[in-house]
Write a protein that binds this ligand. Sequence first.
Ligand code: ATP
Length: 447
Amino acid sequence: MTPAEKREDDLEASADNLFDKVVNLCKRRGFVFPSAEIYGGFRSTYDYGPLGVNLLRNVKAAWWRSMVQLRREVVGLDAAILSPPAVWAASGHLRQFADPLVECRSCHERWRADKIAGVCPNCGSRDLTEARAFNLLFKTHAGPIEDEGAVAYLRPETAQGMFINFANVLNTMRLSPPFGIAQVGKSFRNEITPQNFVFRTREFEQMEMEYFVPPAEADRWFQYWLEERFRWYVELGIPERKLRIRHHGADELSHYSVATADIEFLFPWGWDELEGVANRTDFDLRAHGEASGTRLEYFDQASGERYYPYVIEPAAGATRTMMAFLLAAYDEDEVAGEPRTVLRLHWRLAPYQVAVLPLSKKEALTELSEAVVAALQPCFMVDYDVTQSIGRRYRRQDEIGTPWCVTVDFKSLEDRAVTIRDRDTTEQVRVPIDSVVAELQARTEHC
Ligand code: ATP
C-alpha cells in the first residue's frame, strides 16, 4: 500500500468525518453557502460561492467538451425550464413521476419509503402509514391568473427539451442516426427528503445527452455510453475503486426504460448514484409524436425507410458530480513536518489553475506580479494573494485545489524569472517570466 492509499483508507475509516470536513471546507472557503442564510436558511437549497461557481462551471465545461466539442455527431441545446402540462402529460411524468411517501405516525415526519427500510430515521418508530405516490413535479402558474389554464411546470429533467426539439434539430443540422443532442441546465424536483448536502436537492443541475440510434443498434450504444461515461470520471481524477456500475433490476426501471445502469460513487454513506445510463427506446419520441401530431420520426433517404430512433441517454447531475469530485479530491498530508489539507482536483476542474504570490508587498514586486497576472489571465483562472507568509499562502491554495503557484521574489527583479510550485509534489522550478504561460500551457496539454 502506498502512503497515499494508506491515507485514503484512514480517511475512509472516518467517512462521516470526511463528509463533515468537505461540507465545512465548502462553507469556509466560499464553495457552497446555505441559501438565504441571513433569513435562517431555506431547507436544502444552496448558493454556489466564488470558488464553487468556478468548480461547477468547470465540471459542466469538462462534460460539454467531452460530449459536444470532441464529437462530430453531437450538438447542443438550451431549452426552456418552464413548460406546459402537455409536455409532461405525454412524457408520462404527470402520471408516473412519483416517489412512495410514508408518514411516521409517531413523530409525523415524512419519508421516501424506498430509502428508509420500514423504520423512521427520526424517532425509530415502525408505525408508518401506507405508502402513497407523491408526484415530484413543481407546479406553478404562468401569467397573472392562477387558474387551471395557466398551469406550468418547472422541468424535472432536461431530457424532454431534446425530444420536443427533435424535429427542429434534425431539420436544421443535417444529422442522421446515430446522433446526439446534449443539454446542461437546471432541473427541479419536489423531493420528499432532500439530503446529504448538494447530493439531493430540490433545485439542481443536470448534464444529459439523448443519443438517437437505429433500434437494432440500441444495445451496442448502451454499452458504449456506459463505458465512455465511466471513463470520464476516471480521467478527471476519481479513482476507479471508488466507482462501480450497477444494473437496474426489472422492478426498478423507470416507466420509459428497458435497460438502465447507474454509475455509482462510494460516498461517505455508501454507494450511491452519480449518473444513470438508460435505453429509453422510442418511448418519448413516439409519445410526443402522437400527442402533438408532429412527426418525430427519422426518414432515411437512402433506404426510403421511416422510423422512430431508439434513445440511449447518459444523464448525470452536475451538482452531485461536483460533490463527488470534492470528496474524491480531499486529502490530508504533511509537508516539511506540517500538516496540510489539499484538494487534489484535476487542473481542468480546480477553481483556479494558478495563484500568483508576490513575496512581499514592495512596490517593485507588486508591479512585476501584476504583469505576471495579466499575462496569465487570458489563458487561466488566476488568484492573486499578497497576505501573510508564503507558507500560509501555499497552504491556502492547496486547500482550494490550485494546482500551481507562481511566486515572484526579489531575485525575479534581476533574473526576470519566477518559481512555479506544484500542489501535489510541492516541487519548485525556476522559469523565465516570458515562458510562464507556455510552461503552464504545456502542463495543461495546451487546452
Ligand atoms: P434518485 O433515484 O437518486 O432520486 P434518479 O434515478 O431519479 O435519482 P435520474 O432521473 O436518473 O435520477 O437523474 C439523472 C441524474 O440527475 C442523477 O443521476 C443525479 O446525478 C441527478 N439528480 C437527480 N435528482 C437529483 C436531485 N434531487 N439532486 C441532485 N441531483 C439529482
